[in-house]
Design a protein around this ligand. Structure first.
Ligand SMILES: NC(=O)c1ccc[n+]([C@@H]2O[C@H](COP(=O)([O-])OP(=O)(O)OC[C@H]3O[C@@H](n4cnc5c(N)ncnc54)[C@H](OP(=O)(O)O)[C@@H]3O)[C@@H](O)[C@H]2O)c1
Length: 199
C-alpha cells in the first residue's frame, strides 16, 4: 500500500514508519522534516500536501498539539490550541484526505489515554482526544466506497517518559513499537469506527 504518514518524524511516527515500511510504501510527512512538509492547522497547506502526493491507500496521522496547564488559569485562547491543532488539524486531514483515498482505503487518527483517564493540567487533552474519537465514530458510518476510519489511543509512550513522567504517576508506559502495532491493525485490518486502546 501507498501510505502517507503525517507526524512521521516524531516519537510515535518513527515507530509507525519502522513497523509499516517493511511491507508498504511510506510517504513520511512532518512540519519541518520528512519527505513532505505540512501544517495541519492550515487548510491550504493540507490541500497542497494531498495535491502533491496524489492518491493513496491509507492516511495515518500521529501528530497534534494541545494545551497543558492548570484549569484555574486556563483561558479560552489556550483551550483553542488543542481544538485548532490536534482536533481540527486531524479532522482536516480526514476531510481533505478522503477524496484522495483509493476505494477501500483507510484513515487512522491519534487520540490518547487522557480521553478516558484525566490527568492534572489535562482538561484540554481530555476534551480534544475524546472529540477525535467522536469524530471517527461519526465519520465511519458515512464514508463511501468502503473507506474506513479508526483512532489509536496510546498510553504514555516509554520513549516520552523523560518529559511526561511527572504528569502520569502510576501509569504503565508502552514502548512506541507496541503502539505502532495498533496502527498496523487499523491500516491492514477490516474494522472501522474503532478506537484501538494501547494501555
Ligand atoms: N508521546 C506520547 O507519550 C503520546 C501518548 C499518547 C498520545 N500521543 C499523541 O501522539 C501524537 C504524536 O505524539 P509524539 O509524542 O510522537 O509527538 P512528537 O514526537 O512531538 O512528534 C510530532 C510530529 O508531528 C509533526 N508536527 C508537529 N506539528 C505539526 C503541524 N502543525 N502540522 C503537521 N505536522 C506537525 C512533527 O514534525 P517535525 O518533526 O517536522 O516538527 C513530528 O513529526 C500526538 O497527537 C500526541 O498527543 C503521544
Amino acid at each position: 500500500m501507498k501510505i502517507v504518514l503525517i507526524g512521521a518524524t516524531g516519537t510515535l511516527g518513527r515507530a509507525i514508519d519502522a513497523q509499516l515500511s517493511a511491507s508498504h510504501q511510506i510517504i513520511p510527512v512532518g512540519r519541518s522534516r520528512g519527505q513532505h512538509q505540512v501544517d495541519i492547522t492550515s487548510q491550504a497547506s493540507v490541500e497542497a500536501l494531498f495535491k502533491a502526493i496524489g492518491r493513496v491507500d491509507a492516511i495515518v496521522s500521529a501528530t497534534g498539539s494541545m494545551h497543558f496547564g492548570p484549569l484555574t488559569e486556563m483561558t479560552a485562547e489556550q483551550f483553542n490550541i488543542g481544538l485548532q491543532d490536534k482536533l481540527l488539524g486531524q479532522v482536516r486531514l480526514a476531510l481533505v484526505g478522503q477524496h484522495y483515498l483509493e476505494d477501500g482505503g483507510s484513515i487512522t487518527l491519534t487520540s490518547g489515554i487522557v480521553a478516558n483517564e484525566p490527568i492534572r493540567y489535562g482538561a484540554n487533552a481530555t476534551a480534544v482526544n475524546s472529540a477525535v474519537e467522536g469524530f471517527a465514530r461519526g465519520a465511519a458510518i458515512e464514508l463511501p466506497r468502503g473507506l474506513r476510519i479508526n483512532v489509536v489511543s496510546p498510553t504514555v509512550v516509554t520513549e516520552s517518559m523523560d518529559v511526561y513522567a511527572p504528569y502520569f504517576p502510576g501509569f504503565e508506559p508502552a514502548p512506541a513499537a507496541r503502539v505502532a502495532l495498533a496502527y498496523q491493525r487499523s491500516v491492514e485490518g477490516p474494522q472501522t469506527g474503532q478506537v484501538y486502546r494501547v494501555w
